[in-house]
Design a protein around this ligand. Structure first.
Ligand SMILES: [Zn+2]
Length: 118
């Protein structure tokens, strides 16, 4: 069982939380401009590292708020908790963010182009 530090409620048992999957997945704003292969990559490929992973959690049986975590998938150590919409500040978190295959993906480039217009 993990002990997870909710940024608002403090340390709580893992059973109070809902796992929200990988963090920092950019949603394409113009999906029709992606090729079938690029769209399939966005929809079906998932990171599954042995080591540092950036993920989303929700305190489902508490304050119900979302937050991000940097967690080692091998040791289950939670290295950092940080706010939704922000980037990790720990060295391992920054490294995991920059090393992610998603940083150069067509879906992320598409999302950036779309957000630049609005
Ligand atoms: Zn909470």
């Amino acid at each position: 069982m993990l002990l997870i530090e909710c940024p608002w409620c403090g340390p709580r048992d893992e059973a109070e939380f809902a796992y929200g999957g990988e963090a920092h997945i950019a949603r394409p704003t113009e999906p029709d401009k992606l090729s079938d292969a690029e769209w399939a990559e966005y929809l079906f490929l998932a990171s599954n590292p042995r080591g540092t992973y950036l993920e989303r959690w929700r305190h489902a049986h508490g304050c119900r708020r979302w937050f991000n975590a940097v967690r080692d998938t091998y040791t289950h150590e939670i290295i950092e908790i940080y706010a939704m919409g922000s980037l990790p500040k720990s060295k391992l978190g920054i490294q995991a963010y920059e090393d992610s295959w998603r940083r150069g993906s067509a879906a992320e480039q598409n999302a950036k182009r779309g957000s630049a217009k609005s």
